[in-house]
Design a protein around this ligand. Structure first.
Ligand code: NAP
Length: 243
């Protein structure tokens, strides 16, 4: 059975990606979450209601041992399973102007958004290389492409993932593994709930926030077999914000 692992798939963009990959490509979805088990189960129920399959899997992407243990146990329990697709989606923000930024908020954002990419990808990449096929899509941000004031920590994390995307893409291209990034602008999720929407919309030529489904559509395209010659790319989904 071929699986797609989506980190942070309990809510928001990750949940939309999980549902879309099940529907478009028939993957059995590994729905990772950190703390919100009820939301992860709700994502699974929606996948099943649409005729798809999935499992939920708890781990904190920032904790390498937790990630490794969960993936090792998964392979032990499912010896025939192949994780063909990895979507590194889990991420957090702790916004503040740099002069007020606490060391803890710098480190937490890097631990989840940058080290989380390393932890999840390193847990599955060896098997992917052996299978000589794979799709990795990293959810970054306009913040990592052009920098956003008040987000030096988040911009650093997402910019770091973009660099790693380009590097890893070149390492594994020969094995039919593509590694790309998707960089959303402002998307309607819990992450952006507290932002001053009316003010921010003025920065967006499309005059609206995007939807999680619009991001999921782009991810599904990059995951498709037909997208096999696209690698090391960053696809911006931001309603025309210059980046
Ligand atoms: P969200 O609504 O806040 O959802 C975050 C998801 O990530 C939840 O499923 C959460 O799991 C999971 N998560 C958080 N920390 C985790 C950890 N340590 N380990 C495992 N899972 C963890 O966020 P979103 O807006 O959907 O964002 C998804 C991705 O898109 C992030 O990487 C974000 O940086 C990026 N992005 C978002 C926007 C935007 O405008 N929304 C724009 C650009 C980029 P629990 O439910 O268990 O807490």
């Amino acid at each position: 059975m071929n699986y797609a692992l989506v980190t942070g798939a309990s809510r928001g963009i990750g949940s939309a990606i999980a549902k879309r990959l099940a529907k478009d490509h028939g993957y059995k979805i590994i729905i990772n979450y950190n703390s919100n088990e009820a939301a992860a189960k709700a994502t699974l129920s929606e996948i099943e209601a649409a005729g798809g399959e999935g499992v939920i899997m708890q781990f904190n992407v920032a904790n390498k041992a937790e990630v490794d243990n969960a993936i090792t146990k998964f392979y032990e329990d499912n010896p025939e399973a192949v994780i063909e697709v990895l979507i590194n989606n889990a991420g957090i923000t702790k916004d503040n102007l740099f002069v007020f930024l606490e060391q803890e908020d710098w480190s937490n954002v890097l631990d989840v958004s940058l080290n989380g990419f390393f932890n999840a990808t390193s847990a599955i990449m060896k098997k992917m290389v052996r299978k000589r096929y794979g799709r990795v899509v990293n959810i970054v941000s306009v913040s990592g492409v052009k920098g956003v004031p008040g987000q030096a920590n988040y911009s650093a994390a997402k910019g770091g993932v973009i660099g790693a995307t380009r590097s890893l893409a070149q390492e594994v291209a020969k094995r039919n593994i593509t590694v790309n990034a998707v960089a959303p602008g402002f998307i309607e999720t819990e992450m952006t709930e507290a932002l001053p929407k009316e003010e921010l919309i003025k920065l967006v030529p499309a005059n609206r926030f995007g939807t999680a489904e619009e991001v999921a559509h782009a991810v599904s395209f990059l995951v498709s077999k037909e997208a096999g010659y696209i690698t090391g790319e960053v696809l911006n989904i931001n309603g025309g914000i210059h980046s």
